[in-house]
Design a protein around this ligand. Structure first.
Ligand SMILES: CC(C)(COP(=O)(O)OP(=O)(O)OC[C@H]1O[C@@H](n2cnc3c(N)ncnc32)[C@H](O)[C@@H]1OP(=O)(O)O)[C@@H](O)C(=O)NCCC(=O)NCCS
Length: 302
């Protein structure tokens, strides 16, 4: 058995953390982007971050960090699949919880690829799951099925002149989702449009009189949002919007497309499963139980 030594980590350890993240991804699944040095540096290095690693024979076997966020401290951690089941994860989590509790009144534990063991560990430390979404992937190298638009509907690409129609469709289709943020058009566009946004694959659906009925928004390799306004649901609009956007992404050169589906959204899960997506990981967040609250008995890991 390897002797384990704990040490503080710094910016110079990011390459080792990236290697560890890749070993974890092979076992647990997840997005390649979550193993990139840039993604990891935002969690394991920088101002106000406390990062710690467990080394055995000079190799990084586990690491974790507490980083300050606006109103809470966030904890992230990784344990090498070849060294699980020997207490490294629980010892790491206990250290990180101690740091986080000293730093902030609120804390959250995040994972990009939840495992059953991690879920049980979090519950055993008085945490509860407050957010979970499945990361899904679809291969775009295979032929995609042609899906006709509902009658009377036409599609328009994103331009400088029709963003109001996109926002109208977004608001009307997402207003009934739990946790709908109620953003202004400016806030939503600010959230949606960055260097990776694909205007040519983002479409608004309009009825014959021009009223927005639905939309789809895409970024490089990602289908970010799709929505149908309630009056147009279950008529094939959501499926047609998603399929048209995927075909455009394929023509743009993408060979695969990813998306996130909240576990509380069975309509979306059914839609994308039928379009050929499969779940590759579950992202999740846990927070301490409120006073008097009981721990979950079930274990919601797919
Ligand atoms: C999810 C959503 C986009 C579906 O749009 P839609 O226009 O109703 O979808 P479609 O009519 O094309 O349905 C396609 C398939 O999705 C599934 N589906 C859609 N709504 C469903 C529901 N309420 N329950 C179960 N399955 C559902 C079905 O498999 C359906 O096929 P079927 O009608 O042949 O059974 C729509 O419900 C919506 O806008 N929801 C709010 C926003 C949202 O959650 N977006 C997805 C996350 S980004």
């Amino acid at each position: 058995m390897v002797n384990v030594e704990w040490a503080a980590l710094a910016d110079g350890n990011i390459a080792e953390i990236a290697d560890l993240a890749r070993r974890c991804m092979v076992r647990d699944g997840g997005l390649r982007a979550t193993t990139s040095p840039g993604f990891l540096a935002r969690r394991y290095a920088g101002a106000g971050v406390t990062a710690v690693g467990a080394f055995g024979d000079g190799e990084l076997l586990a690491c974790g960090a507490v980083r300050p966020m606006k109103a809470a401290s966030a904890i992230a951690a990784l344990v090498d699949p070849a060294h699980r089941g020997r207490g490294l994860g629980s010892s790491l989590l206990d250290r990180l919880l101690d740091v986080a509790k000293r730093q902030s009144e609120r804390l959250q534990v995040e994972t990009e690829s939840l495992t059953q063991e991690a879920h049980e560990l979090f519950l055993s430390r008085g945490l509860r799951q407050t957010f979970a979404e499945d990361v899904c992937r679809c291969d775009l190298t295979r032929p995609l099925s042609q899906i006709p638009l509902p009658q009377g509907i036409r599609l328009e690409e994103w331009t400088a002149n029709n963003q109001g129609a996109f926002y109208e469709a977004y608001q009307a289709s997402f207003a009934d989702r739990p946790g709908f943020p109620g953003w202004s058009q400016e806030q939503w566009i600010d959230w949606l449009v960055d260097d990776e946004f694909l205007p040519q694959c983002s479409l608004v659906a309009r009825t014959a009189d021009g009223t927005p009925a639905g939309f789809v928004a895409c970024a490089e390799g990602f289908l970010v949002q799709v929505g149908s306004i309630p009056e147009w649901r279950r008529g094939g609009l959501g499926r047609a919007l998603a399929a048209t956007a995927m075909e455009r992404m394929r023509r743009h050169g993408d060979t695969e497309v990813f998306l996130d589906i909240n576990v509380n959204n069975p309509a979306s899960a059914a839609l994308f499963q039928r379009l050929g997506f499969s779940v590759i990981a579950r992202r999740a967040r846990y927070e301490p139980l409120a006073n008097g609250e009981r721990s979950q008995v079930s274990s919601p890991v797919t």
